[in-house]
Design a protein around this ligand. Structure first.
Ligand code: AGP
Length: 606
């Protein structure tokens, strides 16, 4: 995750750009840079490391332009060097970028075949050359950017400034957040409202697919088809301390919609996208010497661990012992010293998980934790941490932390398979490429909010709901049931679909909605049989699949069409409809979505 900012000012802007970048440092800080336009000329200053290095660079060699863009980087493609720091530029355009361009390798080779020479390893430089090439073809900056955007695949936010244009800035949003700010004869752009707080509290949030042409006098927003669109002006309450809801009604909604960006950033922490390989930091254990892994966590984090059990056992042939921490800590589990124990926790403060961790420490285990809140108790008590870079998660119902946990665990399972010789290099590349497409697929799902409103109205009348899933998606059914019950207070139960006939089918009648996770994977036909068994007894089926709804072979209460993805990534993809079904049902019922009754964000008591 990176931070981008842009200012069309009345005075030299480099100081304001730095101030905005300081407010975005939580997004990444391995290098930074600014570019400005002064009397039509593009100028740029960049520095490796923390922002104060860039500040020193600007003090030694100032930029006086009144229009500029800035970037604080968390490296995804290319090492965190000055040469790879943003802004990237050609003689005609300078650009800053937050996100991942999935098809950059193909675009780069096309440009190189056309004689373009690259000076960095980044995906962002490809964008600068695409726009430049369009301008060389005679297009004005707006048309050049629109044509370039049409060639990009991935989740990204971009800001451009141009040679010979002292009053023009263009930006685009696809999957990563971007806000525009309105000043007195000035205009602003930032990854979030926090960055713009020193300059204005009047902002608009761009929607996915929007791109905007800005001058000091105003702006024109267009959608991905080029049609003019309006985005409401609102008063931001952001400040350096306060995370705000953006343009969402609840923190949970904001955090659901942040997933393309946060999952992309978390994946980038462990994946070399240029070579489609997993790159873990040094770990205090060797996968090849392990004969099993133990995993312990609570609630949603536990369900992430359950998914990982399927991945470790399938990809690395590594048995996994997993239990909820409140049970694990009292079971007196026999453990051979030198084993590996994994702990998963968003808050890093869950008492039961911490107690289970301490039990494993006493049993001579190597302790590795997957946490979202850094320097938390669980991290401090671990031998190593693999952070989920989800950013602050305020809503009590965990959403983006969950898919970021899955992202870390997916990379870990691939690394385990490679280390144990049970996963080929070709399969690693296949799985990593599948992971790199997840942010884009998530963005596509999140653009389809209307499906859930209608379904929510129907579910809200239910007193019990069943969730079914098989294999690696059985834990996703469990997670879906937890999401619904914890924020809408409707009783819900997740079940392995194959278990339906061993009891729960007695519950089913025409009052019982049955939500079925049914990706077209190896168990799809088996799951369809379960769907028909439930429907035959009056069950009202909510069918989640990449298959057409007629494949269900029965009448459906609702069908939610999802992208066809690699079976490996279905848990990350199907987690989103689980969250959206619960969210929209709770909103319809009027419960306190962000702070549901009886719950707390971090359960620090036993
Ligand atoms: C998830 O939506 C719940 N809020 C809850 O189950 C949560 O996952 C659990 O309490 C664990 O919290 P942690 O991840 O902070 O350890």
């Amino acid at each position: 995750m990176c931070g981008i900012v842009g200012i069309l000012g009345k005075e030299p802007v480099s100081g304001q750009l730095l101030e905005a970048l300081k407010r975005l440092e939580y997004r990444g800080y391995d290098s930074a840079g600014v570019a400005t336009v002064e009397n039509g000329e593009l100028g740029r200053r960049r520095a490796e490391g923390k922002l104060h290095n860039l500040e020193a660079r600007l003090s030694d060699d100032p930029l006086m332009g009144r229009l500029g863009i800035g970037h604080t980087r968390w490296a995804t493609h290319g090492a965190p060097t000055e040469a790879n720091a943003h802004p990237h530029m050609t003689t005609r355009v300078s650009v800053v970028h937050n996100g991942i361009i999935e098809n950059f390798k193909q675009l780069r080779s096309e440009l190189e075949s056309a004689g373009v020479e690259f000076s960095t390893d980044t995906d962002t430089e490809v964008i600068a050359h695409l726009v430049s090439r369009e301008m060389d073809a005679g297009h004005d900056p707006a048309v050049a950017v629109q044509h370039a955007l049409g060639q990009l695949e991935g989740a990204f936010a971009l800001a451009f400034i141009f040679k010979d244009h002292d009053n023009l800035m263009i930006a685009a949003r696809q999957g990563s957040p971007l806000a525009v700010g309105y000043g007195d004869g000035e205009m602003y752009l930032g990854s979030d409202a926090i960055a713009l707080a020193p300059f204005t509290d009047t902002i608009s949030y761009l929607e996915d697919g929007d791109w905007v042409v800005m001058t000091r006098e105003g702006l024109a927003i267009r959608d991905r088809q080029g049609a003019a669109v309006e985005r409401p002006l609102q008063k931001s309450v952001a400040s350096a301390l306060m995370v705000d809801k953006g343009n969402h009604r609840h923190f949970m909604a904001k955090e659901i919609h942040e997933q393309p960006e946060m999952v992309g950033h978390t994946l980038a922490n462990f994946i070399d996208f240029a070579n489609s390989r997993v790159q873990l930091p040094d770990m205090p254990f060797e996968f090849s010497s392990l004969d099993r892994i133990s995993i312990s966590a609570c609630g949603t984090a536990y369900f992430a661990g359950l998914v990982a059990k399927y991945w470790f056992e399938k990809l690395a042939r590594l048995p996994v012992e997993i239990d909820v921490a409140s049970e694990f800590r009292y079971r007196d589990v026999p453990m051979e010293a030198g084993g590996l124990s994994l702990f998963i926790s968003q808050s890093g403060e869950t008492a039961d998980t911490l107690a289970a961790l301490r039990y494993c420490r006493e049993q001579g285990q190597t302790i590795v934790s997957i946490v979202n809140v850094r320097e938390s108790s669980i991290e401090r008590d671990s031998d190593a941490v693999l952070p989920t870079l989800a950013g602050p998660e305020i809503g009590v119902a965990s959403t983006k932390a969950f898919t970021c946990q899955l992202s870390v665990l997916a990379c870990l399972a691939i690394a385990a398979g490679r280390a144990r010789g049970t996963l080929s290099e070709e399969t690693e590349i296949e799985l990593v490429d599948a992971l790199s497409e997840v942010p884009r697929h998530m963005s596509a799902i999140l653009r389809d909010g209307r499906t859930y409103d209608a379904l929510a109205h129907s579910l809200a009348k239910a007193s019990d709901v069943l969730y079914l899933g098989r294999g690696v998606n059985y834990p996703i059914a469990l997670e879906g049931a937890l999401k619904l019950k914890e924020i809408s207070y409707i009783h819900a139960e997740g079940y392995a679909a194959g278990e339906l006939k061993h009891g729960p089918i007695a519950l089913i009648d025409e009052t019982m909605p049955v939500v079925v996770v049914a990706p077209r994977d190896a168990m799809f036909e088996k799951t369809l049989s379960n769907v028909q068994e439930a429907a035959a007894r009056g069950g009202r089926i909510v069918f989640l699949s990449d298959a057409e709804e007629k494949a269900a072979g029965c009448d459906l209460m609702a069908a939610i069409k999802l992208p066809a993805v690699h079976s490996f990534t279905t848990p990350l993809i199907y987690a989103l409809p689980m969250q959206l079904i619960a969210y929209h049902t709770a909103v319809f019922l009027g419960t306190d979505v962000d702070q549901p009754r009886n719950l707390a964000k971090s359960v620090t008591v036993e």
